[in-house]
Design a protein around this ligand. Structure first.
Ligand SMILES: [Zn+2]
Length: 304
């Protein structure tokens, strides 16, 4: 049986997990990415961590692969990090080759949301299904679509940018992408803050996570903001369900810590905006694996 490593490379921190043959993370290491130092620095430090893992494996067992995920866009076929906005020094980095040369094992590179979706499908909230959409709500909003067991990529691996689907082209807010009324303008962390501040001008620096918490405590302004976010999420999911006929929607990212104050309005809105033959089958669930999702998804890929 094989041991593998799963890695979630982020803009500020990098989480590394050693995964045993039973698909359990048995050791975790967190490093600062130090993105400003470029890829050579993090590759060298990942190499040191993995060398350490190797010394602690049971006698006669070996590390056979590593799966790493990173913010998109990436090229999963050639293992290249293309041009992520929060990793500017990593443009066109051949990450699979750099790690493979350092470690001498097979490397798989995947987009972070897609790796988390694979993790949830095989080990988390999506166990037992072969089609799901994983929606991550944090600083931005993105999604990974798995249909009949296959990741949907599209022509340039861009499929899943549900955060920039238009919900209100007339009276919507101006999104960072230039369009009006994008899904993201209702629910990303920065937009929750902006919307709450408008209702409570005396408040400042209240984060999306805090607004979610305030909503559970009955703060009416926070409840209004989270309601709007949940309704927008439900409408976006209804659209996905009508197009894809997928039943399970797993919500991850920092904002989902809000729990039912976000998910219940989404569960109400989704059937109201889809066919009677589709709406009742839609299930909206929180991610089960949290920060381990992308690591386990990376490990799953490393075994393939
Ligand atoms: Zn947008």
């Amino acid at each position: 049986m094989n041991w593998v490593v799963g890695i979630d490379l982020g803009g500020t921190k990098t989480a590394i997990g050693l995964i045993n043959p039973q698909d359990q993370i048995v050791e975790r290491v967190r490093l600062p990415t130090l993105a400003e130092e470029g890829p050579a620095s993090i590759v060298a430090r990942i190499g040191d961590v993995v060398d350490g893992f190797r010394t602690r494996l049971p006698a006669g067992e070996a590390l056979t692969g590593l799966g790493i995920c990173a913010p998109g866009p990436i090229d999963p076929i050639n293992g290249i990090i293309v041009n992520p906005t929060n990793l500017p020094k990593f443009y066109n980095t051949p990450m699979s080759q750099l790690l493979g040369d350092r470690l001498g094992i097979a490397i798989r590179l995947e987009h972070d949301a897609k790796a988390a979706a694979l993790g949830e499908m095989h080990f988390g909230a999506g166990r037992g299904v072969s089609s799901l959409v994983y929606i991550v709500i944090g600083t931005g909003v993105g999604a990974a679509i798995i249909l009949d067991g296959q990741i949907i990529r599209g022509v340039r691996n861009f499929a899943g940018e549900i955060g920039h689907a238009t919900l209100d082209p007339y009276n919507g807010e101006r999104c960072a992408c230039g369009s009006l009324g994008c899904v993201e303008t209702y629910m990303s962390g920065p937009w929750l803050e902006r919307r709450y501040h408008r209702l409570r001008p005396e408040s400042s620096g209240v984060t999306g996570e805090q607004i979610a918490h305030l909503a559970t405590e009955g703060d009416p302004a926070a409840a209004q903001v989270m309601n709007g976010a949940g309704e927008a999420l439900g409408i976006a999911i209804a659209t996905l369900a009508m197009v894809l006929d997928i039943e399970l929607y797993i919500i991850g990212g920092s904002v989902v810590k809000a729990g039912d104050v976000l998910l219940n309005p989404a569960r109400q809105a989704a059937p109201a905006h889809s066919f009677i033959t589709v709406g009742p089958r839609i299930r909206i669930e929180p991610a089960a694996l949290g920060d381990d999702g992308p690591i386990l998804g990376g490990g799953w890929l490393a075994r393939r």
